[in-house]
Design a protein around this ligand. Structure first.
Ligand code: SIN
Length: 297
């Protein structure tokens, strides 16, 4: 069995040429397609290190035409760290470390249908997720990602100076809590409202990425309703501005899925959004998530 590589990328390695994989940038602001790799195989340490470097450099990397069993999907994920189970969504019965992101033709609401980072309310939010397309609609169901570095870097000096010391409160309550929605209109992904969703975790609003060393704005949609020591009402105007800003089109990319595609995103420096525009069709994805570390300013 392959060991966890866990080898962190150093900032000075970003931008070095790739020797073992082919990396083709996908859009101007983020994303790259990696070819020449079969994810069902036990990949060499050096290949894993290059994939990790491409992830840190491009923030979301795509692999086309993969055929992986759940075991192979899990094994690939484990090369980058330990795997995390979602605190609010049950994993697959046989594979608790895989979430099946399932949308049935009659579902009205979908999982991930708003800009967010995955479970950013955890004290140690994930490093990233690896999403594998099992069944996709004939058209629609794309996923978008946004680049939180360029969002930060494009702000004025004055705005950055104001944001730098702020602390953001993250919570699952708005999405998974008791009063979060009408639970009678469930999607196939819902279990039940959770009493355990009513807590908050403080993270720096501007965090430094542990591998690239770059700063980014760490907001996360409905998981971030207020700043520390401020009410939601007081926080809302600035949070609304930040969410509009970080999801500005030039900072995003959009992937149109085919069965067998895999997207691996850096959850520390991106938000993503799963579009729900394929009513009447089924969409099934398998997601493996890798543990991360406590964000630092
Ligand atoms: C998610 O992880 O938020 C779901 C993404 C997707 O289904 O495209």
């Amino acid at each position: 069995m392959a060991a966890i590589t866990g080898a962190r990328v150093r900032p000075q390695q970003v931008g070095e040429p790739y020797r073992l994989i082919e990396v083709t940038p996908y859009s101007a602001s983020l994303g790259a397609v990696i070819s020449g790799v079969d994810l069902s195989q036990e990949l060499d340490e050096e290949v894993i290190a290059e994939i990790r470097r491409a992830l840190v450099e491009h923030l979301v990397v795509f692999f086309r035409g993969q055929e992986m069993s759940p075991e192979q999907h899990l094994a690939f994920g484990r090369r980058f760290g330990t795997l995390s189970q979602h605190d609010q969504v049950k994993g697959m019965a046989e594979y608790p470390d895989i979430i099946e992101v399932r949308q049935e033709p009659t579902d009205k609401r979908n999982f991930g249908g708003a800009w967010h980072g995955d479970v950013t309310y955890l004290p140690e939010p994930p490093l990233g997720s690896i999403l594998y397309a099992k069944e996709v609609p004939p058209i629609g169901g794309d996923t978008l990602w946004s680049n939180l570095y360029v969002a930060y870097e494009s702000l004025s000096d004055g705005m950055r100076a104001m944001l730098d010391p702020l602390v953001m409160m993250h919570t699952p309550a708005k999405i998974y809590g008791l009063a979060s929605r009408d639970w009678s209109k469930d999607s196939s992904m819902d279990s039940a409202p959770s009493k355990n969703a009513h807590y908050e975790t403080a993270h720096p609003l501007v965090r430094t990425h542990p591998e690239s060393g770059r700063k980014l704005v760490y907001v996360s949609g409905a998981f971030t309703p207020r700043f520390e020591n401020m009410t939601e009402e007081e926080s809302k105007p600035l949070i609304d501005f930040l969410m509009d800003h970080v999801t500005h089109e030039p900072f995003t990319c959009r992937w149109r899925w085919e069965v067998g595609d895999v997207a691996f995103w850096d959850n520390r420096a991106t938000l993503h959004y799963a579009l729900n525009d394929y009513s009447g069709h089924r969409r099934i994805m398998h997601r493996v998530t890798i543990n991360g570390e406590r964000p630092v300013a």
